[in-house]
Design a protein around this ligand. Structure first.
Ligand SMILES: *Cc1c(COP(=O)(O)O)cnc(C)c1O
Length: 360
């Protein structure tokens, strides 16, 4: 079976974890500090605050910017549920702007239409590992004095116009095992705003800078040194992982070119795509997925139901019509692109997909 995702963990990660376990300091400690410095540098930010998930990173980023009840945050409906849920956690209202049909990222023109007097922030998602249109988004944010929180949970190291994602506004990354690098569970907030960084670090630890002095309401959302040690080892390998993903993606794109009924993944000029997912648009999507499963190839649908159509959001009263997202949900299919694939694996994926469309 060729799985849709697989973390690559080796001796480096095992040794790093063993070292932490032997030290006896297994909660948040010096490894977390070290990881924050390394990841902030990698992203091109001055500060980072490590936490225990990408969801926590999004939640804390919003809170650190003072977003809560009464505020509206414009985001993409075509994402993992955590994006919009993090907004709900704060008491603010997620407002959905439809996506572009080629990149599946939020469409700046649709953002414009959703701005009201209550809009406080924009939360673009760098979906599948490709930066949203940050030039247009930062211009809108500047014009309307809006905060930008980037959901970079799928886009470690991706660039837009020479700048890394997570450094345009406040960034939130995930280190879940299927992501481009992992800490087991984990996440991080990146920023060059000192005040936001300090607040984020307080919110993750019960609103406290000094032990047992609590200046604000916080949570326990800390990262452990065990996780940070894995993260430090993974960060060393990240550029290699990304290069392998990009090479696999290039092979997939070359092989899948010109098949009627199939649109390969698209990379926008001016961006680097780090291919968290390699996602095609496919006629007879569900049949193709079933066919590939029979051939031992795992696939994924990211995502089958746009967030505004999820039962819980329907219950909240969302009635949006967002046709580009709704159509994409019917047609997208992610193929394996991760760095654990061999060249033979990629060739097999190409020939089986081709086989499906020629036999049909
Ligand atoms: C994975 C992911 C998250 C949440 O990260 P967790 O670490 O699973 O909490 C949020 N947004 C997007 C786009 C993601 O892919």
């Amino acid at each position: 079976m060729i799985p849709i995702a697989r973390p690559l963990l080796g001796k480096e990660e095992i040794d790093a974890v063993t070292e932490v376990l032997s030290s006896g300091m297994i909660a948040q400690g010096p490894k977390v500090d070290e990881f924050e410095i390394a990841f902030s540098r990698y992203t091109g930010c001055e500060y980072a605050a490590a936490v225990n998930s990408g969801t926590a990173a999004l939640h804390i980023a919003l809170l650190a910017h003072g977003i809560g009840k009464g505020a509206e945050v414009i985001t993409s409906p075509f994402s993992f549920i955590a994006t919009a849920n993090s907004i709900l956690y704060t008491g603010a209202k997620p407002v959905f702007a439809d996506i572009s049909p080629d990149t599946y990222n939020i469409d700046p023109e649709r953002i414009q239409e959703k701005i009201t007097s209550k809009t406080r922030a924009l939360m673009p998602v760098h979906l599948y590992g490709q930066s949203a249109d940050m030039k247009a988004i930062m211009e809108i944010a500047e014009d309307h004095k809006l905060i930008v929180i980037e959901d970079a949970c799928q886009a470690h190291g991706a660039e837009c116009l020479g700048k890394r994602v997570g450094s345009f506004g406040t960034g939130a990354f995930s280190f879940y095992p299927t992501k481009n690098m992992t800490t087991s569970e984990g996440g991080i907030i990146t920023t060059s705003d000192r005040e936001v960084a300090e607040k984020a670090k307080m919110i993750r630890a019960h609103g406290s800078k000094v032990r047992y002095l609590h200046e604000m309401l916080g949570f326990n959302l800390r990262m452990t040194d065990i996780a940070a040690a894995i993260g430090l080892a993974q960060l060393e390998k990240l550029d290699g992982f990304t290069a392998a993903r990009q090479k696999n993606a290039a092979m997939l794109s070359a092989g899948l070119k010109g098949i009627p009924g199939l649109v390969p993944a698209i990379t926008k000029p001016g961006c680097t795509h780090v291919f968290h997912q390699y996602t095609i648009r496919a006629e007879k999507r569900d049949e193709l997925a079933e066919f590939l499963k029979g051939k031992g190839i795992g696939t994924g649908v990211h995502y089958p139901i746009p967030i505004h159509k999820q039962p819980y959001y329907m219950e909240l009263g969302y009635k949006d019509s967002l046709p580009v997202s709704e159509k994409a949900a019917q047609e997208v299919l992610s193929l394996p692109v991760h760095p654990a694939l061999s060249a033979d694996d990629v060739q097999k994926i190409v020939s089986e997909v081709k086989g499906f469309y020629t036999k049909a």
